[in-house]
Ligand binder design. Structure first.
Ligand code: PMP
Length: 396
């Protein structure tokens, strides 16, 4: 929610006034769900801060209680026996991706299906690998498939990096496509790195996660538990890989904040304790899943009213992409590409979006839907006013 100093809600003017002061920015660019800390999390942090071990280094691979809680989460989801030894705690999922990639990809290539999270290519490079972007299937929501991956594979290919629902498109892999990717990876000896950060926000939950010689899972509490500020992520890997992951963590961040780990453990334990069947419940997960479905639908409806931009309805996740090809073809706001359009809309409509080209999805704009209906409607009105005025200006 956008708010002014002191947290007071801002009055959001629906109209762009070129001659008056610009209204406060509606920032839909960043991807986070901001909620007050739930009571059990606050209590766990307070307890951890008051514990005598609060000022000591936690163990390198993570607190045993958190590694066990992460293992419990995956055991519950997959029905497999999960050894906490395979779990390494990292400073957010981003660092988990870095540690996983460093374990498999040094000096080798990593296939990155596009569209993809904007940071993937850079994280691959930082971990010593070479990213190879593989365009997704236009007939299937731009998702990766074995044939496209196979066409991009070389003897130097070490891994492929997938996430579902995809950031930015919201497309979901689903069990059948994941099975096909797993079979292809196992057959070719390519490591499938599953970025599981949005696991509950798809139409189906992946229950087939199985770390081994050709699979590593990376997760965290930033999205599904809306706890991005804790900076807690993890890597779940087979014993050999887990050792390499621990090594990377030891020599980069060292142990992750103890109180944050205690809080994350409390959250995961509570989630697993209250799970029923396939439904992710507990500590707000089920509520958040339902809320996001409504927010995605409302965002699509609001943005459908905006001329020259066309929503690409997401199947899951926290984002919505807008196809900007018409606005770009008309040269509205003088924009020659999605980055220029994004900058112009920020300046002229006071709406912050992200350019699709940074996600391997040129010609699109991405917005985060985890906002109130009012904010989304106001953003849509501002975009409408700005683009209509730009089109009128061209017609004059
Ligand atoms: N993977 C994806 C696909 C993401 O979108 C993000 C964050 N936006 C991350 C990983 C990083 O998560 P964390 O904040 O836990 O580092």
């Amino acid at each position: 929610m956008n708010s002014g100093p002191g947290g007071a809600p801002l009055a959001l003017s629906p109209h762009h006034r070129p001659d008056g002061p610009a209204p406060a920015l509606i920032d839909l660019a960043s991807g986070q769900i901001v909620e007050p800390l739930p009571g059990p999390v606050r209590d766990a942090i307070t307890r951890a801060m008051n514990s005598p071990r609060a000022s000591a280094y936690p163990p390198g691979p993570g607190l045993p209680e958190l590694r066990t809680a992460v293992a419990g989460h995956y055991a519950h989801r997959t029905g497999a026996v999960v050894d906490p030894e395979g779990v390494t705690i990292t400073a957010g999922a981003r660092h988990g991706l870095f540690a996983a990639l460093a374990a498999v990809a040094r000096g080798r290539e990593v296939l990155v299906p596009a569209p993809h999270w904007s940071h993937y290519p850079a994280v691959v490079r930082q971990a010593g690998g070479s990213p190879v972007t593989v365009p997704g299937d236009p007939g299937h929501a731009l998702l990766a498939d074995p044939a496209r991956l196979e066409a991009a594979r070389t003897p130097r290919t070490a891994a492929v990096l997938v996430n579902s629902p995809v950031n930015p498109s919201g497309a979901c892999y689903g069990p059948e496509r994941m099975r096909a990717l797993r079979a292809w990876a196992a057959e070719r000896g390519v490591c499938l790195i599953v970025d599981d950060i949005y696991w509950a926000y798809g139409d189906e939950i992946d229950t087939d996660l199985r770390p081994g010689p050709t699979e590593i899972v990376v997760g965290g509490v930033s999205k599904v538990h809306a706890l991005a500020g804790l900076r807690i992520g993890w890597v779940w890997a087979d014993p050999d890989r887990a050792e390499a992951v621990r090594d990377t963590v030891e020599h980069t961040t060292g142990p992750v904040s103890g109180p944050a780990q205690t809080a994350a453990a409390a959250v995961l334990r509570q989630e697993t304790d209250t799970c029923t069947g396939d439904a992710p419940t507990g500590v707000g997960v089920a509520r958040r899943v339902a809320e996001l479905a409504g927010q995605r639908a409302r965002a699509v409806r609001a943005m459908t009213a905006v001329p020259y931009l066309r929503p690409v309805p997401p199947a899951g996740g926290i984002y919505l992409c807008l196809d900007a090809s018409e606005a770009l073809a008309r040269g509205l706001l003088g924009a020659r590409n999605d980055q220029e359009l994004c900058a112009a809309l920020r300046r002229r409509a006071s709406v912050g979006l992200r350019a699709g080209s940074t996600f391997g999805m040129p010609g699109h704009l991405r917005l985060c839907v985890a906002e109130s209906h009012d904010v989304l409607l106001t953003a849509a009105r501002r975009l409408t006013a700005c683009l209509t005025a730009a089109a009128d200006h061209l017609a004059d």
